[in-house]
Design a binder for this molecule. Structure first.
Ligand code: ATP
Ligand code: MG
Length: 332
């Protein structure tokens, strides 16, 4: 039997280059080797977007389109909608007994996000415990591997703790998953911020048209200390170079750019122009695949319905085992 993957995205916006290097590339590469489940996490998106259900709803299809555009193949990968798997909500309720509030609030990603979203003391309880719901996402299908960006590693660690606790209390039912971080752990934003993120408006989207990509690249943050092209520049941590490293297949060219940048022998414009070309070459086939599906939205719905049905069968199986282990399988 193939090992399983579960991973997913929040339908809070279209997917961007950070998703591509953090997780999507691994999903495309591993979909033959693993039985893969990819979840559109609308329940999780609602934890901090509950006042905007329309936004979440609209982005479910957008995210599905992005999946198909990058080459996730619905014949190989099961694409599902989280809210339509009630077993996940059920598991979450039982897992909440296995964690402390203190532990949940100690999660460094949750801490960062609480700060970033400006909740102050008004933290929605559902938001604070979303990592527990994420443990339910990962374990409903007994996933072995979770391809994610670095910010999600604490979530996988928390899931592992919950699995160990469950198994030691009730018997070996759940599987301890491992995180698989992409080749760039955390892609910075075009504004130089630590993470490209839908919520921060510093993204290059996979679906951006070519001229938009070029515009965003040309106004990217670089080395703020460098005023003239003849000033020696800093390459390390400079997002333009992080992107070249992540996306430019011509490593010799990238090394030459770095050398000349450090020596003050190349302007930002030349480096950015080339980056825009590289990105547009990468994104063009995705745009074409996207356009094909965009004109056939019924097909998207069919894929989502089919994937969700299949996931429900798997979830029901796990739920049966969980109920038995927890002695709440009354009338079987
Ligand atoms: P939001 O701002 O709504 O949280 P997001 O841009 O962080 O959106 P998510 O849906 O939370 O996107 O993340 C989906 C997956 O993509 C996760 O595995 C996450 O780690 C990964 N990911 C998101 N942004 C980046 C990034 N900049 N670099 C690497 N991986 C990323
Ligand atoms: Mg996020």
């Amino acid at each position: 039997m193939k090992k399983r993957i579960l991973t997913g995205d929040r339908p809070t916006g279209k997917l961007h280059l950070g998703h591509l290097v953090g997780s999507l590339q691994n999903r495309v590469n591993l979909q033959d080797e693993y039985e893969q489940f990819v979840m559109i996490a609308d329940v999780q998106a609602l934890t901090d977007n509950f006042t905007e259900p329309q936004k979440v709803r609209e982005n479910v299809r957008e995210v599905a389109l992005d999946y198909l555009a990058v080459g996730i193949d619905p014949d190989k990968t099961t694409i599902l909608i989280q809210s339509l798997i009630p077993e996940i909500a059920e598991l979450t309720v039982y897992y909440l007994n296995l964690v402390t509030l203190e532990r949940v609030l100690r999660n460094p990603t949750v801490k960062d996000e609480i700060k970033q979203k400006g909740f102050g003391k008004q933290i929605p309880a559902g938001f604070a415990v979303y990592p527990v719901s994420q443990a339910a996402d990962i374990t409903f299908c007994k996933a072995n591997l979770v391809p994610v960006g670095e910010d999600q590693v604490p979530m996988i660690e928390q899931t592992r703790e919950i699995v160990r606790k469950f198994n030691s209390l009730y018997g070996e039912v759940l599987v301890e998953p491992e995180a698989l971080v992409g080749k760039i752990k955390r892609l910075p934003g075009t504004d130089g911020g630590a993470k490209m993120s839908k919520s921060l408006g510093n993204c290059i989207y996979l679906s951006d048209p070519a001229d938009e990509v070029t515009k965003k690249v040309m106004s990217m943050y670089t080395d703020p200390k460098r005023v003239h092209p003849t000033d020696p520049g800093t390459v390390e941590g400079n997002p333009v170079f992080v992107y070249h490293d992540a996306f430019n297949p011509d490593k010799i060219e990238v090394e030459d750019f770095k050398k000349r940048y450090r020596e003050g022998k190349v302007g930002d414009v030349e480096i950015k122009k080339r980056l825009a070309e590289v990105l547009n070459e990468l994104l063009e086939p995705m745009r074409q695949r996207r356009a094909k599906y965009e004109s056939n939205l019924d097909e998207i719905d069919r894929i989502l319905r089919h994937g969700t049905d299949k996931a429900r069968e798997v979830a029901a199986e796990t739920m049966g085992e969980v109920r038995k282990a927890m002695k709440i399988d009354y009338f079987v």
